[in-house]
Design a protein around this ligand. Structure first.
Ligand code: ATP
Ligand code: MG
Length: 405
């Protein structure tokens, strides 16, 4: 549970020191006051990534960027089980290099000790729900892989490590493929990178199989509830290298076939993927890129047999997105034994009254949830009475003084 947050030069928060309440917190404010920025800071502590900025530079306060040592800091004190922890992230703008480019260096301190980013991920966990979250259902496949990476990364630090190693190996393999396609050369140079790509890639595929199956089992009943029993939800994993599909059907396995890949051992996936990389070597050299692997994975969401990404109405897609987010919340809780903080940015306005009530009821069950809105009128007074309410104005938080009675 988040107990205290300090922000320094983070977005439009020059300086913020604030204690957080348990339960549901509603942050109300006009446009451009800092509601989303507050959620962004909290989510950053869980993933060390922004859910909206393209570059970390955008996170540092404009004015601080012109100071000699520009640093933005997010510091959280939180409770996990019966222990208190302190997590600090520093975003430091480094001096320009010889090309005139100033990079941002991220430093993470957990309980005062500097940590590798990948080692500190998941120590503080959060689930974010934005109007944009429907992109997970209907957007491009990158959105779905990103969703999955961020969720699994929070429950399994080894996953994020594997993802970093996989991406690095993939880049090297692709660079070598380009070189071979342009200049020719000894193809056996690819052996080493095939090994690395399949080792880390196989790990990702294996973890995704397990995660998606568990997420589906949690999302389906939520979805049924939200649709008053009218619609089911199926989450289909379509791995680009499919450890289940016979060699000739790789990448073209029919979508309708529900298969159980859960029992396939990690080593078998890694070996199969290695073989597939070897089989695709020639086409990969021609194209200059690795054509098969978890960087091309797809996930589809089906409701009553219909692919929501292609055929879902807006309301259906939104409902599936809520079910998925609630499942993510349950899943991280189950896997880590600690309830993540649930962050919701401006999502009420788009929901019909039934879904709004369902969601608000679920929020009241959360150990901690933060909901932003421009309009308190969207929320039933019943819920307002049971929530804490803060006003956000121009990079400041106005929390009412604790009541004494
Ligand atoms: N690096 C930065 N330094 C200073 N201010 C910034 C920085 N980045 C963004 N801002 C400003 O922060 C303000 C608040 O943004 P935020 O997205 O949190 O608003 P909001 O309260 O969520 O508004 P809305 O209701 O429109 O979503 C914006 O006016 C924006 O220009
Ligand atoms: Mg906002």
């Amino acid at each position: 549970m988040l107990k205290h947050l300090s922000l320094t030069n983070f977005r439009n928060y020059v300086r913020l020191e604030v204690d957080f309440p348990k339960g549901l917190l509603i942050c109300v404010g006009e446009n451009a006051q800092g509601k989303t920025n507050l959620l962004e800071a909290i989510y950053y502590l869980a993933t060390f990534l922004s859910f909206q900025a393209e570059s970390d530079r955008q996170l540092i306060h404009f004015l601080a960027l012109h100071q000699p040592l520009a640093v933005a800091r997010i510091v959280a004190e939180y409770q996990r089980g019966s222990f208190n922890h302190r997590l600090e992230v520093r975003l430091i703008l480094e001096k320009e290099n010889s090309n005139g480019i100033a990079r941002i260096r991220k430093e993470v301190l957990l309980d005062g000790v500097k940590q590798k980013l990948t080692a500190a991920i998941g120590h503080f966990s959060a689930v974010i729900f934005l109007p944009d979250s429907i992109q997970i259902i209907e957007g491009p496949p990158e959105e779905r892989r990103r969703f999955l990476n961020l969720a699994i990364g929070q429950v399994n630090p080894a996953y994020t490590e594997a993802l970093v190693d996989f991406n690095r190996a993939l880049q090297q393999r692709n660079a070598l493929l380009k070189l071979l396609s342009e200049r020719g050369g000894d193809e056996s140079q690819l052996d080493f990178w095939d090994g690395e790509v399949s080792r880390w890639g196989g790990f990702l595929i294996h973890a995704r199989i397990q995660a998606l199956e568990e997420l589906e089992a949690m999302a389906a009943p939520r979805h049924r509830q939200l649709t008053r029993g009218k619609e089911g939800l199926v989450v289909l994993y379509l791995p680009s290298y499919d450890p289940y599909a016979p060699a000739g059907l790789q990448g073209r396995f029919p979508i309708e076939v529900a298969v159980n890949r859960r029992r396939i051992p990690l080593q078998q996936i890694q070996e199969g993927y290695l073989q597939a990389l070897r089989q695709h070597r020639h086409t990969d050299i021609q194209k200059g890129v690795t054509s098969i692997g978890p960087h091309r994975d797809e996930i589809r969401f089906l409701s009553n047999g219909l692919d929501l990404g292609s055929y879902g109405s807006r309301g259906q897609t939104r409902t599936a997105a809520i079910a998925l987010k609630l499942a993510e919340l349950d899943w991280i809780h189950t896997k880590t034994n600690h309830p993540p903080i649930f962050l919701l940015d401006e999502v009420l306005a788009e929901l019909d009254p039934f879904r709004r009530l369902d969601l608000l009821n679920r929020l009241l069950e959360c150990e901690q949830a933060i909901l932003t809105t421009t309009e308190l009128g969207l929320i039933d007074s019943n819920f307002l009475q049971r929530a804490s309410i803060w006003k956000i104005q121009d990079g400041r938080v106005h929390a009412p003084a604790p009541q004494r009675n």
